[in-house]
Write a protein that binds this ligand. Structure first.
Ligand code: CP
Length: 366
């Protein structure tokens, strides 16, 4: 076990002990007495944002922040790399990706995991007629973890169930499943929100405005569901009528009791928001010959900045197009580049949990 002194991290005497989480409220540290316990059982797969509760999130984020501190020293990084050098991962990405692919690949490197990849099904034996299920079962013969992005909604769940019934089940991580879910993006989005809003008392009680293609944007669907774990959050969904949230999400949010409002008044929605979550139009799912929808009224430009709250948080899962003006990048409220970086550390923390070595990264006493 590495010593806390070597890392400049205060390590508690017992792994798995309970730690009160300290929240900062308007700059003042407030002990909310929310106990942080190691979740039991740890997740076997990461399939949907609906599988997480507040206890899991508090633990994951405290672990993430602790792990980031290991990055500050050569000894710390060396320790992280010594955690999982005996493990191998497959990155199976048959839909395009820059951030999710690279941050998972980097997270594997941070932990010493060897990573292989398939980025186009046409280069695999699927081209010869092998089913996607058989391909994924084949990976499980060679690796200890499958991280997958696919255009097929529900495929991750199907494969997880299939592998759970075999002699060699391995964890499946959903890195984006068609227009359905992107749970690890939602986890990093909440981590970014939590850090960005900490001086204002955290996520509880805040108004989050989500903008763009809310019907087919999987990040919106996963994030909205994850926000149901926070108290008194209000979501304002701002979009053209054609891109309103899908009925299943509307139903789930209503059942959860989370307050939400749908509008096409972009200007009013952003002025009132504590956080603005911009998204791209997902036109890769357009039907052939579909008329494009005019979304120009839903673009955030530098001209909007004076009308936002002074401590508002501007986020975007990226990639962006013209819905988010590059002139906003230098505004201190813009957090989307931090979101990307946070994503790698949240994914490192998740991988330690999937392999059950998170308890070798002891949480600091707060
Ligand atoms: N946010 C996100 O999923 O980005 P990529 O498509 O580049 O992975």
């Amino acid at each position: 076990m590495i010593s806390g002194d070597a890392l400049g991290v205060a390590l508690p005497p017992q792994p798995g002990a309970r730690y009160p989480e300290a929240h900062s409220q308007r700059g003042r540290l407030v002990d909310r007495r929310r106990d942080i316990e190691r979740p039991s059982p740890l997740p076997q797969h990461i399939l949907s944002s609906t599988q997480f509760d507040r206890g899991f999130l508090d633990y994951l984020y405290t672990l993430t922040t602790t792990i980031r501190r290991f990055d500050k020293s050569r000894e710390g990084l060396g320790y992280l790399q010594s955690l999982l050098p005996h493990k191998r991962a497959m990155l199976y990405f048959t839909q395009p990706s820059t951030r999710t692919f690279l941050s998972f690949q980097s997270a594997c490197h941070v932990l010493g995991i060897s990573a292989s990849e398939i980025r186009d099904a046409a280069t695999s034996s699927e081209r010869k007629g092998e089913s996607v299920e058989d391909s994924l079962r084949t990976f499980s013969s060679y690796v200890d973890l499958i991280i997958m992005r696919s255009p097929i909604a529900g495929l991750c769940e199907r494969v997880a169930q299939l592998l759970d019934g075999t002699p060699r089940p391995v964890p499946i991580v959903n890195a984006g499943s068609g227009p359905d879910e992107h749970p690890t993006q939602a986890l990093l989005d909440i981590y970014t929100l939590r850090r960005s809003l900490r001086l204002g008392g955290g996520i509880d009680g805040k108004t989050i405005c989500m903008v763009g293609d809310l019907k087919r944007g999987r990040t919106v669907r996963s994030l909205a569901r994850l926000l149901t774990n926070y108290d008194d959050v209000r979501i304002v969904f701002a979009s053209p009528p054609a891109f309103r949230i899908a009925e299943d999400l509307r139903h789930d949010l209503s059942v959860s009791g989370l307050k939400f409002h749908e509008t096409d008044d972009f200007e009013a929605a952003i002025a009132d928001a504590d956080a603005i979550y911009m998204t791209r139009i997902q036109d890769e799912y357009d039907a052939v010959g579909a008329e494009p929808v005019d979304t120009s009224r839903f673009h955030l430009t530098a001209a909007h900045l004076p009308r936002l709250k002074t401590d508002a948080v501007i986020m975007h899962p990226l990639p962006r197009r013209d819905e988010l003006d590059v002139a906003i990048d230098d505004d201190p409220r813009a957090k989307y580049w931090r979101q990307e970086r946070n994503g790698m550390w949240v994914r490192v923390a998740l991988l330690t949990m999937l392999f059950g070595v998170d308890d070798r990264v002891q949480l600091p006493e707060l």
